[in-house]
Design a protein around this ligand. Structure first.
Ligand code: SAH
Ligand code: SF4
Length: 388
């Protein structure tokens, strides 16, 4: 794949940051025909092209101009890791100012009635300002928001990879290979609703019928619980899924593990969720990172069920056994997880558990960058693919 050197991308317009109308305007401003925008969108998002000179239905002069004034994503891949079973792939991207972010591709073979999936876990910021105690990204502090183009580029990277080499689950030779991205989740580094404008712009770009055409129902935004932004999101008339990082059912415990709770305590957060459900008629997922002997006791399961009871069938809990970071948290064992979930089931709260995956490549977001920076004394690591 062609990588544009960083020095050449500065000051150029990143086309991946533009909606179709914005690209039309960009061309118009340069005296070019706006109808070329759809052709360019086709090259970028359907053909997944990375080289302007290959855009054969554009006049030579426009191709030349694009290569001088525009770029397709500002990123350089510093490292790519595949888990042993190749169901998880993780990249470390270096942005044009040297900041590092992670993106993860998760591959799911078909299971019963559900078809196979290829989900990209996207970063929305370099670092994060919210400092949740169990999160590797939270321990880094906040660097900056990502642009819409930097968000879109993460998805396109994996889309190109699957287009070139479709994935088939090993051990499932009959299953159809996956050659495209089916879902995206904003669960990488950063708080997406803190970078509201760029995140929504990126989702609209990826949703465009003239381009990548990924349905909004296949997109999930996960938030630490920024109440005003949740309220704003409810007014956008979008079909995207909302996930709330709850992680504790009492203010006392939540404020200890998630400092944001002091600003937006549970009563305000739950009220915003209730209004979101009333406006959008959509279910909300509540993520609950299970921290052994901290928030996974029977007492907390009861409290969680009580807290969510008013939302009835519109609440779903996703239990996530914590991925151990440098903080001193332990992952609960299977019995503790089962006991916690059973209490929720008994109280009528639908729930699931996120399968652990990709441990051998540091799957919890922020861990790869942390590992990379700790070893940064060694110069550039181009592409690292451990033994499959
Ligand atoms: N900032 C957003 C989205 C990014 S984090 C948010 O907090 O929701 C995506 C999810 O991963 C969140 O639910 C977050 O709480 C969870 N997470 C963070 N650190 C984790 C860890 N060490 N193990 C498991 N999940 C973790
Ligand atoms: Fe930020 Fe989300 Fe990590 Fe909390 S869990 S520190 S909000 S990325």
């Amino acid at each position: 794949m062609t990588m544009t050197p960083i020095s050449q991308t500065q000051k150029k317009t990143d086309l991946l940051a533009l909606t179709l109308p914005q690209l039309q305007q960009w061309l118009k401003d340069r005296g070019e025909a706006p109808f070329r925008a759809k052709q360019i969108y086709n090259w970028l998002y359907r053909q997944l092209e990375t080289d302007f000179s290959a855009m054969s239905n554009l006049p030579q002069s426009l191709r030349q101009r694009l290569s001088e004034e525009a770029c397709i994503g500002p990123t350089v891949i510093r490292s790519e890791l595949h888990s042993k079973d190749d169901r998880t792939r993780k990249i470390l991207l270096e942005l044009s100012d040297g900041k590092l972010v992670e993106s993860v591709l998760m591959l799911y073979p078909p299971l019963k009635e559900s078809s196979s999936r290829a989900t990209v876990c996207v970063s929305s910021q370099a670092g994060c300002a919210y400092g949740c105690t169990f999160c590797a990204t939270g321990q880094m502090g906040f660097d900056r928001h990502l642009s819409a183009g930097e968000i879109v580029a993460q998805v396109l990277f994996f889309a190109r990879e699957l287009r070139t080499t479709p994935w088939t689950a090993s051990g499932l030779p009959g299953s159809t290979p996956i050659d495209h991205i089916t879902n995206i989740v904003l669960m990488g580094m950063g708080e997406p609703l803190h970078n509201y404008t760029n995140v929504l712009q990126a989702l609209r770009i990826l949703n465009s019928n003239d381009g990548f055409n990924l349905g909004a129902r296949h997109m999930t935004v996960s938030t630490v619980g920024l109440v005003p932004a949740i309220r704003k999101l409810s007014q956008e008339n979008l079909q995207i899924n909302l996930a709330i990082s709850l992680h504790a059912p009492t203010d006392e415990l939540r404020s200890r593990t998630m400092p944001v709770n002091r600003k937006y305590p549970l009563a305000e957060l739950l009220a915003a969720c209730k209004d979101y459900i009333a406006t959008t008629k959509r279910q909300v997922t509540f993520e609950y990172v299970l921290l052994s002997d901290v928030n996974d006791t029977a007492e907390y399961a009861e409290k969680l069920a009580e807290l969510l009871a008013p939302l009835k069938q519109f609440a779903h809990v996703n239990c996530i056994p914590v991925n151990a970071t440098s903080a001193s948290y332990q992952t609960p064992g299977p019995d503790a997880i089962r006991a916690f979930r059973n209490i929720l089931f008994e109280r009528g709260i639908s729930n699931s558990v996120r399968a652990e995956r990709g441990d051998d490549i540091a799957a919890a977001c922020g861990q790869l960058r942390t590992r990379f920076e700790n070893s940064r004394k060694a110069p550039v690591v181009p592409v690292v693919t451990p033994q499959a």
